[in-house]
Write a protein that binds this ligand. Structure first.
Ligand code: MSP
Length: 487
């Protein structure tokens, strides 16, 4: 028997220092779409998400609430899991950097890299932004402020172990050259290559001024730098029994702000540890909210509960992937979401389903021998677009096909008695909706499942091949409204 293809997709592990918002939701929805897409095709999928529990940022956030870090993050992890449930996210594992198996992997890797001579003791003197959990040089900072958060940057001076990042400059450049797909999309790749060419400084990978982290196995007074710890989550999740063969990951989905960590530090750590590199890191763009940066201080945060409450789960899933190309920035507004909900989901898809199911309830249906319009559905192209992270274009194709279906009904007018073959026409359109619902399942799973119940077919995992199998149904009842219009 042929071995099944495997697909391993990850999201960043999020800092549980506040409740999940649109930025976290975006990557996680995209990962869910990919995971569902490959499951639809019958592949073996591993979809990993989780939280980045350690680090100074968490210690600080816990202190402001008068809590211990563990107690503080446990409560927020609950919120993250709850948000993913509300968004119909079906991950396979929720990893936390405080999980024992992960801590052991990190500790073992640290020892290995140390034994190899890639870690040495020194003193770090320089700048650090706790909100970024990142080191900065004099050249990076702006008027004493962090270039990202614009908040006052801290000056650090402490004994620290360093990782010999500089040693990996040429190896990294070679890897980018030999694997042009490693950093995606293309425009972000050049940026990284140019920066790496400028030279790499060794990286401080331990701290002594607080203890919320994994101790270095060779010097327990030091704890591991949060990014060294966090990046290894992708690998440690595959050290579980039965999951080993998922490594290397097919794709790490991340936001553009954390590309440097994923495209430079991460492969360098892996090269040093002698572990195979992931196949791809894909950096998506950022969302603004009403054209302003999302920021708590300005009250411009849109959290998952709010996102879902505006127009429902499937509408927000659809909107985020449809409104802007995955690699680009986008602007979120309630109006834009409502417009797509009304004009595309309700008017095009929802109306077609209710119209056709209603007519079939009244008139009945009769199996047609062939369904010519089905041949116009560009299944292969849509698949290529999804697998190339062009979700907006894939949805565009599917909805262009829904337009064709609506036009067909409009043109043939099966509600008129004068329409010859009207039962056959209605069968054809029901059959087209079956194919459409299968393709839409990764994007709007709950709507697809509702459509499948109305027309009596299967949708979900391993149903991709069913796109060409004709609908077998005798009776259909008019559907409830799929998308209620929002004024
Ligand atoms: N803990 C690290 C990741 C470690 S991965 C080994 C981290 N966590 S985070 O909680 O700050 O956020 C992570 C993700 O949310 C990033 O991918 C970031 O790009 C994304 N977003 C945060 N705000 C965003 C928008 N406004 N728009 C889109 N994505 C944004 O970084």
């Amino acid at each position: 028997m042929a071995k099944k293809n495997k697909f391993y997709v990850t999201t960043p592990i999020y800092y549980p220092n506040d409740i999940p918002h649109i930025g976290h939701a975006y990557t996680t929805i995209a990962a869910d779409v990919l995971a569902r897409w490959y499951r639809l095709k019958g592949e073996e999928v591993f979809f990993l998400t989780g939280t980045d529990d350690h680090g100074k940022k968490i210690v600080r956030a816990a202190e402001t609430k008068g809590k211990k870090p563990k107690e503080f993050v446990d409560a927020l992890v609950f919120d993250f899991k709850d948000a993913w449930k509300k968004l119909d996210i079906e991950y396979d594992r929720f990893i936390r950097t405080t999980d024992k198996d992960h801590e052991k992997v990190v500790s073992d890797v640290l020892q290995k890299v140390y034994d190899k001579g890639d870690i040495y003791l020194g003193e770090y003197e320089g700048f650090y932004c706790t909100s970024c959990e990142a080191y900065y040089t004099e050249k990076d900072i702006e008027d004493g402020n962090c270039p990202v958060h614009k908040s006052k940057i801290e000056k650090l001076k402490e004994k620290s172990y360093f990782f010999k990042l500089s040693k990996y400059q040429d190896k990294l450049l070679k890897h980018y050259k030999d694997n042009p797909e490693f950093i995606s999309p293309k425009n972000r790749r050049t940026e990284i290559i140019n920066r790496v060419k400028e030279g790499l400084n060794d990286l401080s990978i331990s701290r002594t001024s607080f203890d919320w982290g994994i101790p270095l196995p060779f010097d327990k007074k030091h704890i591991c730098y949060v990014w060294f710890d966090a990046l290894f989550n992708y690998y440690s999740a595959t050290r579980e029994k039965g999951r080993e063969s998922f490594w290397p990951a097919d794709v790490h989905l991340i936001g553009k702000d954390i590309l440097w960590f994923h495209a430079v530090y991460w492969p360098a750590f892996l090269l040093s540890a002698g572990i195979e590199l992931p196949k791809k890191v894909f950096a998506h763009g950022w969302w603004t909210f009403d054209n302003e940066k999302i920021s708590k201080s300005r009250g411009k945060v849109i959290n998952v509960d709010e996102l879902v409450s505006i127009a429902g789960v499937d509408s927000i899933r659809y909107f985020l992937l449809r409104a802007t190309p995955f690699g680009d920035d986008g602007d979120f507004s309630e109006q834009a979401l409502k417009d797509r909900h009304n004009n595309e989901l309700a008017n095009k898809l929802g109306n077609l389903v209710s119209r056709v199911s209603g007519l079939i309830e009244k008139i009945g249906l009769e199996k047609a021998r062939e369904n010519k319009l089905l041949k116009k559905l560009k299944t292969k192209e849509i698949g290529n677009l999804v697998e190339n992270y062009e979700f907006d274009k894939a949805l565009n194709e599917i909805f262009a096909f829904i337009d064709d279906c609506n036009e067909y009904v409009q043109k043939t007018q099966p509600w008129k008695e004068t329409c010859e073959d009207r039962k056959k026409i209605l069968y054809e359109v029901a059959d087209l909706l079956r194919a459409v619902a299968i393709l839409l399942w990764p994007f709007i799973p709950s709507t697809s499942e509702r459509i499948s119940k109305i027309f009596g077919f299967k949708v979900g995992e391993k149903t991709f091949d069913d796109i060409v199998k004709p609908l077998e149904v005798k009776e259909i009842k008019k559907s409830e409204i799929l998308f209620k219009k929002i004024e």
